[in-house]
Design a protein around this ligand. Structure first.
Ligand code: GLY
Ligand code: MN
Ligand code: MN
Length: 437
């Protein structure tokens, strides 16, 4: 088990990260003929046009790439050859105040200037050709693409933040496993427990916690939490929930089961199959491999698991080509991870038509961080469609009906690509992907 990444170590890595960004962004600006780049932090979005409430600011990720600061109306001025400037528009509101930053190391890395809000806007008028990037701005698309590409491979600072975000998720997953074993918590209780154990407010989580008891796991992003305790009636729990560190996300899914009936033991076999497959796929990650090949391999392995668990009688080839696996496993194997849970950079080209939801179509490269998250679900609408097709004859519908109340299984880890394989940032803290609670 790895220890927490110390804030002082993160600060030291952060200073190198900014120096590295200055070098790489200067090259991009020169290649594209810009004299300077202004990146805005953003403005809080209104919750509805009909009232005067605002969501907490989600800073523009291009801004966060430089500064882990969730403060509205700031601007960063990157002008090669000069120290990068952060124009910080201190709020004068007596209604609200932004949370203090986790670290003030940015004061050492950048030239921080306190300005009034409109002064920050005047930063855009500096000499020469100035590109502006920010929420709601139509930044020059080739420049935004190049900046996205810089975010695809992570610096040691970013890796340390992602590792720490994984460590922070652990307490939540441990607490939910235990509470589920005890048996009396509703989905809402479990969601609140995850927040409490990880010391996060709901708006601070990298994405809304997905907490699904029983058949709810068949809704891939189940966030309409049930209020009723299900006790022994819910024999499975899928938790897709995580934490952040200085703006960087982890993204972790675990699936637990309990109970002793025939359905529970068939589900146990399914979870064990998905867990073993997920680990095989993680071990298969290597530099140069097209991620879509790994996704295709996951379909072949899902087909084999469906056969082994008696859910499917068709051959592996028929199950894949006939769309059977796509009804049980409709999403992509994984996605790039960083400042956004579904991060930029690994989906530069569209996937093949039969993989419509695959977000990672890159060639695996050193420094990428992405998820590996296969699953098998009992999704009523997709299975009804399959049943009406000739390929539906290759499914054992009785077995499907017996397992449908357990919803499904997904197991998700976050991987950093190394020259000779991958480092699993999640298993360093959560060694089991799923199993008996
Ligand atoms: N938590 C969302 C996802 O796994 O993509
Ligand atoms: Mn994910
Ligand atoms: Mn997830």
């Amino acid at each position: 088990m790895l220890q927490r990444v110390e804030p002082a170590d993160l600060d030291a890595l952060y200073l190198d990260h900014v120096a590295d960004l200055e070098r790489r962004v200067a090259r991009v600006l020169e290649q594209q003929g810009w004299d300077a780049l202004v990146i805005e932090s953003g403005t809080p979005a209104k919750r509805s046009q009909f009232d005067d409430q605002y969501w907490a600011l989600r800073p523009c990720p291009h801004f966060q790439h430089w500064v882990p600061l969730a403060e509205a109306e700031c601007a960063l001025v990157v002008r090669p050859g000069q120290r990068t400037k952060l124009l910080r528009a201190g709020s004068t509101s007596f209604w609200e105040k932004p949370a203090p930053p986790d670290s003030t190391a940015f004061e050492r890395a950048l030239d921080v200037v306190r300005v009034a809000g409109d002064t920050a806007r005047r930063a855009h008028q500096g000499p020469g050709r100035v590109a502006i990037v920010g929420e709601g701005r139509e930044g020059p698309s080739s420049l935004v693409k190049a900046l996205d590409a810089l975010r695809t491979t992570k610096t040691p600072y970013e890796v340390a933040c992602l590792a720490e975000a994984n460590r922070r998720a652990r307490a939540g997953h441990d607490a939910l496993r235990e509470a589920f074993r005890g048996g009396d918590a509703s989905e809402l209780d479990l969601h609140l427990l995850f927040l409490k154990a990880t010391r996060q407010d709901d708006g601070e989580t990298p994405y809304k916690n997905i907490v699904a008891l029983g058949e709810s796991a068949a809704t891939l992003h189940h966030v309409a939490y049930g209020r009723q305790a299900r006790g022994r009636a819910a024999e499975s729990l899928l938790v897709d929930a995580a934490a952040t560190c200085r703006g960087y996300s982890s993204d972790v899914t675990r699936t637990w089961f309990k109970g002793a009936g025939a359905a529970a033991s068939a589900f146990a076999q399914l979870v064990a199959g998905v867990e073993a497959m997920q680990q095989r796929l993680c071990r298969a990650v290597r530099v140069g491999l097209p991620y879509e090949d790994l996704h295709d391999e996951s379909h072949r392995q899902v087909a084999a698991i469906l056969r082994e668990t008696g859910l499917v009688t068709a051959s592996v080839e028929e199950a894949v080509s006939g769309g059977i696996t796509r009804a049980f496993y409709p999403h992509g194997l994984g996605h790039s991870l960083g400042l956004q849970t579904h991060d930029v950079g690994c989906g530069l080209r569209a996937p093949r038509g039969d993989n419509p939801f695959l977000r990672n179509t890159s060639e695996v490269a050193v420094g990428q961080v992405f998820t590996v998250e296969p699953g098998v679900y009992f999704i009523e609408a997709l299975l009804a469609e399959l049943r009406a097709k000739p390929a539906g004859a290759g499914v054992s519908w009785r077995a499907v009906e017996a397992l449908a109340p357990l919803g499904g299984v997904r197991i998700e880890d976050d991987l950093l690509v190394l020259p000779d394989g991958a480092r699993n940032l999640t298993r360093e803290h959560l060694p089991e992907g799923g199993g008996a609670a």
